[in-house]
Design a protein around this ligand. Structure first.
Ligand code: FAD
Length: 461
């Protein structure tokens, strides 16, 4: 009898069974597979395994394991150096191939190269699959004279016409060789410092959210997506980040559903791919200005105090403070609020975007190098925005996107007794009334902040 052919499927940011090209390819070519997840020590050492994402990840792994068990298999979890662990598992399983979803950050690309070399030196093959964690892979669409699109609108025109592969079926049966052992799964309950209202992770939770949103949110998305209190966006970002949902499948589903809401959502998914293709072409954009404006960001104790007031949600601008408190409480923030808080930090306070991006990356359950750093750069005017010096006025924006003050009331209890529109400008209340609120005065006047920013940018052309 010949020995069974075995392949390893290395899960990374693709923690699902549906529409999973590496899994389907491995199952088609082998008799047994080892579904493997490595808790990479380098990810932890880089500070990327924050409490919120570690807790969400624990849910994802538990859910993946349960779904594999329903199909006769199980998830093998190991920890340590990813390359060393994959080599060890491939050797224990006597696997000929390791299947993996293509990665796009500099860290993941280096890791993939190291893994390929290590496996090839032992006569094994690394098979990398595209369009697993993105709808349209970086590098697939390029303008005539560059390796990536630097402006969203032309990118989106091409993206909307790109051919997407058809989604793949979920496997029915999975056989895992007994001889390969894993560690106990990490438990969400063991993670400390998690946001009190962090949502549940995992493919089942992600698919349930899609069903609910398609039934009762998607059609209105285009009209309600900027309404802060309505909280009417899809909330799929963490699932997309961990790959518990497939972006290819989501685009197909939304297009089938049709209508302005679905179209607007698909456009947002294109933004995700857009930032990824920028980062893949310019990995240094995770830290360095994509289009430097020669900023000399404020430093020193006053700037540090302003940044801390921003982090704590105590800037004296209600909509900004509401958003910053939502971030800590839920590990998530509404997109309009992300735009306002990032603009406030970088332009009104003129504090380096990297300081804000690091804080977001710590708390966001969807915290993602491409989407986070490049959106921060977009807002700061050092990125791909074609109007880099635009400044959003937090009071005007609050009046527009939180007209009755419900969003502020939800997150800033000090202001619950203040009705709109005064709730967005509490500093205008009479002195005694204002003092009784126990809410801080503005860290800076809007006109002063705007003037400081304009002078800084004009001086540097
Ligand atoms: P929806 O409005 O329902 O959009 C659907 C999906 O489209 C999202 O889940 C997301 O995957 C994608 N999407 C929407 N807008 C964007 C965008 N501007 N850029 C990239 N993808 C987008 N998104 C992250 O996933 N991770 C981050 O770390 C992140 N950091 C951000 C930082 C700043 C300063 C800003 C302005 C935006 C950031 N975003 C980030 C983008 C966006 O705010 C979130 O994706 C969105 O708020 C998530 O909520 P949702 O799933 O309900 O979004």
């Amino acid at each position: 009898m010949t020995a069974p052919r075995v392949s390893v499927v290395l899960f990374t940011s693709d923690l699902r069974l549906h529409d999973h090209p590496p899994l389907c390819a491995a199952l088609a070519a082998a008799d047994e597979i080892v579904p493997l997840f490595v808790r990479d020590r380098a990810v932890e050492a880089a500070g990327f395994a924050t409490p919120n994402r570690t807790a969400f990840l624990a849910d994802c792994l538990a859910d993946l394991d349960a779904s594999l068990r329903e199909r006769g298999g199980r998830l093998v979890v190991r920890s340590g150096d990813l390359v060393a662990q994959v080599r060890a598992v491939a050797a224990e399983a006597d696997a000929g191939e390791v299947h993996l979803a293509a990665a796009h950050s500099a860290f993941a690309t280096r890791r993939e190269d190291r893994l390929r070399r290590a496996l090839e030196s032992e006569g094994r093959r690394l098979v990398v699959h595209d369009a697993v964690t993105v709808a349209v892979p970086p590098g697939e669409l390029t303008p005539a004279a560059s390796d990536h699109f630097a402006v969203f609108t032309p990118y989106h025109r091409h993206w909307a016409r790109a051919r997407l592969r058809a989604p793949l079926a979920t496997p029915r049966r999975v056989r895992v060789p007994d001889r390969v052992r894993g560690e106990p799964l990490p438990a969400r309950a063991d993670v400390t410092g998690v946001s009190p209202a962090l949502p549940a992770g995992g493919e089942c939770a992600g698919r349930a959210r899609v069903r609910a949103y398609w039934r009762a949110g998607l059609d209105a998305y285009d009209d309600t997506r900027d309404d802060l209190a309505a909280d009417a966006t899809s909330r799929l970002s963490a699932h997309l980040h961990f790959g518990t949902l497939s972006p290819v499948e989501l685009v197909h589903r939304a297009r089938r559903h049709g209508g302005p809401g679905a179209e607007a959502l698909v456009r947002q998914l294109a933004w995700r791919d857009f930032h990824l293709q920028v980062l893949a072409a310019r990995p240094d954009a995770a830290r360095a200005d994509y289009r430097a404006k020669d900023d000399r960001w404020r430093t020193g104790s006053a700037a540090r105090a302003d940044a801390e007031a921003w982090r704590q949600g105590r800037t004296g601008y209600p909509v900004i403070d509401a958003a910053m408190r939502q971030l800590r409480h839920e590990g998530w923030m509404h997109n309009r609020a992300r735009l306002l808080t990032a603009c406030f930090l970088t332009k009104t306070l003129y504090v380096d975007w990297r300081i804000g991006a690091a804080h977001f990356l710590y708390w966001l359950v969807d915290g993602d190098i491409a989407s986070n750093q490049l959106n921060w750069q977009w807002v700061a005017g050092t990125g791909t925005d074609t109007r880099p010096n635009r400044v959003l006025n937090p009071v005007a924006q609050a009046r527009r996107h939180d007209p009755d003050g419900s969003y502020v009331h939800r997150w800033v209890p000090e202001l619950r007794g203040v009705a709109a529109p005064a709730v967005h400008e509490p500093w205008k209340l009479p002195g005694a009334e204002r003092a009784a609120l126990g809410y801080p005065d503005p860290v800076v006047g809007l006109a002063e902040g705007l003037d400081r920013f304009r002078r800084a940018r004009e001086r540097r052309g």
